[in-house]
Design a protein around this ligand. Structure first.
Ligand code: SF4
Length: 343
């Protein structure tokens, strides 16, 4: 998938058109950190937000707009709809999927759960509405360790899906008894430990920042392991002049804005086992762009049904919301000091 390329004139004209359409349709734009700089800028210029999947859904919930336009991948649009069933949720391209979501079909996940009735199931946010509906808990990468530690301390044995690298990392840090689904992210799986060691040797002052969807051998080389939001915060707060970053390079736009004087270097993806998608950029995130966003808003003009609207069946949405709500309640309780986690 080739990312949209625009000259300055077309970019300006599309942005003007989209801003008018968004006003007419009472819409707000929420964009993921991995989408294009154009979409991220437009989201901020129009009072929307650029964030991780959970914050995108939370922001959409708190915002008064009746239409949420979600620039990201399908499970993010579904999560926005699950938390905001009364709102219309539109996406630039419903074909923007995620290798983790695709690797965990609901019927196979149900069979996995049924085969282990003595275990609670914890799923990553990168899953379909149906999988979230079947799960006991939904977690994001930013809170996965805390929730799994908590469940482990309560004496629960767990099932984890779908990302095996994140699951392995969480299992290592929490000490929990977990059976892991074997999915992976095509972007993070491509990072290479040996090449990263060489790159770090050439940039000894750099801090290595790694998203936990990366392989264990890459995580082992990290100074900081964290979610997208946590990695941006690390660039802002750590004193290092340089950072080697092992996550989708769409995040560089926000990192540059958070720490303008610092140098950002992509962690290496080339080498043994590299494929055509080994480029540190998600092919599905790249399906989002200003042209498609304008077309979707035009097709969805008031009173018309849009082919790009997200629908989640009501009973599925209710059950999925319950699993997501547990995470939100846990986050609030932990922040308020009502949950204490041991080492
Ligand atoms: S970067 Fe990986 S986890 Fe994120 S949407 Fe793309 S395939 Fe899924």
């Amino acid at each position: 998938m080739v990312e949209e390329v625009l000259d300055a004139e077309e970019r300006a004209s599309l942005k003007t058109r989209i801003k008018t359409l968004m006003k007419e349709q009472d819409a707000v734009l929420v964009a993921h950190y991995y989408t294009s700089a154009d979409l991220q800028d437009l989201a901020e210029e129009t009072g929307g937000c650029v964030s991780d999947s959970l914050e995108m859904a939370r922001f959409g919930h708190a915002h008064p707009a009746r239409t949420l336009t979600v620039a990201g991948v399908k499970f993010m649009g579904e999560t926005a709809k699950i938390l905001n069933p009364e709102k219309r949720v539109l996406m630039p391209d419903l074909g923007a999927e995620c290798s983790l979501d695709l690797a965990c079909p609901a019927d196979e996940f149900t069979a996995f759960c049924d085969a282990h009735p003595d275990r609670l199931s914890v799923v990553y946010a990168n899953t379909s509405a149906e999988v979230k509906a079947r799960a006991d808990w939904v977690v994001t990468s930013g809170i996965a360790v805390k929730i799994v530690k908590y469940l482990h301390q309560q004496g629960h044995k767990l099932l984890w899906a779908p990302d095996r690298h994140l699951g392995e990392y969480v299992r290592r840090v929490s000490g929990a008894d977990m059976i892991l689904w074997q999915g992976s992210c095509v972007v993070h799986e491509a990072f290479k430990a040996e090449a990263l060691k060489s790159l770090h040797a050439a940039h000894p002052a750099a801090a290595v920042l790694v998203h936990p969807e990366s392989p264990e051998s890459v995580i082992a080389l990290a100074d900081i392991v964290g979610s997208t939001t946590q990695l941006i915060e690390a660039v802002r707060t750590l004193p290092n002049p340089e950072f080697i970053v092992a996550t989708d390079n769409g995040i560089f736009h926000k990192m540059h804005a958070a720490a303008p004087g610092k140098t950002l270097i992509e962690a290496p993806t080339a080498g043994e086992g590299a494929t055509c998608v080994s480029c540190a950029h998600c092919p599905w995130m790249a399906m989002n762009g200003l042209r498609k966003l304008a077309a979707v808003l035009e097709s969805a003009a008031v009173g018309k049904r849009s082919a790009n609207e997200i629908h989640v069946e009501e009973s599925v949405g209710q059950r999925a919301r319950r699993s997501i709500q547990k995470m939100l309640d846990f986050a609030a309780a932990e922040k308020a000091g009502r949950i204490q986690l041991g080492d």
